[in-house]
Design a protein around this ligand. Structure first.
Ligand code: PRT
Ligand code: MG
Length: 214
């Protein structure tokens, strides 16, 4: 039986927030990812490796089995068009909201509103559900800039404190979804490595529950 585990995680805030949960499952990276340039990190558990990748690539690695498990923002999972991974556990870390934002008290444009976002699928789904026509413009970052230079009327982006919006004269207008990071698993690994995966999830779930008393 293969009882090794590869876990895909992105290097930014999700990784930072995930460290204590991984530690609760006896998975502590041997190298400091902030100073190391390694993309595959050994951990104190000889059977567990971490692969560090871009947030949007995490579900891809997990779907194709390049990683058994992954830690991915719900925002990324909502956008993901792949064939499916199992979403096992809400880790309740890296929490924020996916929102429509724009200028305060702005009048709706007479033409179809333009929405700039990196979250094209979520935005399309949301406006369709609202029965609203909207032109979605795909951007890869700095969404807040788009309304300021007349590229779009609104944006769809993640909001945490709201400070980024405020600093750019924008405000949150409509709530689309609550976002947190999820533990996802490859479908074959779930079957083939069931005991190992289950033991790992059990420890992480305990740590999540301990940090978030009901
Ligand atoms: O992979 P890539 O380099 O493209 O993205 P990244 O470097 O932003 O990734 P990373 O690893 O830092 O994590 C991004 C993930 O963290 C997202 O997919 C979410 O699941 C989660 N997350 C939680 C957030 C935020 N909160 C958040 N506030 N990701 C981004 N933000 C940004 C937001 O886009 C906006 O620019 O922070 C700004 C808003 O913050 P406030 O506090 O000013 O409202
Ligand atoms: Mg990044």
């Amino acid at each position: 039986m293969n009882d090794t585990l590869t876990i895909a995680v992105s290097k930014g805030r999700i990784f930072k927030d995930a460290l204590p949960l991984l530690a609760a499952a006896d998975v502590v990276p041997v190298d400091d990812p902030d100073t190391s340039r390694k993309l595959i990190l050994d951990t104190t558990n000889p059977k567990v490796k971490l692969v560090l990748i871009r947030t949007s690539d995490v579900p891809v690695y997990v779907e194709y089995g390049a990683a058994d498990l992954g830690i991915s923002g719900k925002d990324t999972l909502l956008e993901y068009e792949g064939n499916g991974v199992y979403e096992l556990l809400d880790l309740k870390i890296a929490c924020c909201k996916l929102m429509v934002a724009g200028f305060p008290n702005a009048e709706a444009p007479s033409r179809q509103p333009r929405i700039a976002t990196k979250y094209v699928n979520s935005a399309k789904r949301y406006f369709a559900e609202q029965g609203k026509q909207a032109e979605i413009i795909k951007l890869y970052g700095s969404m807040e800039l788009a309304p300021l230079v007349g590229l779009s009327d609104y944006i769809v982006d993640l909001v945490d404190t709201g400070n980024t919006l405020k600093a750019n004269g924008l405000e949150p207008l409509e709530h689309i979804a609550d976002i947190s990071s999820r533990l996802i698993v490859n479908k074959a690994s779930m079957k083939m490595k069931h005991a190992t995966v289950k033991a790992f999830i059990g420890k992480v779930a305990e740590a999540v529950a301990a940090r978030n008393p009901a």
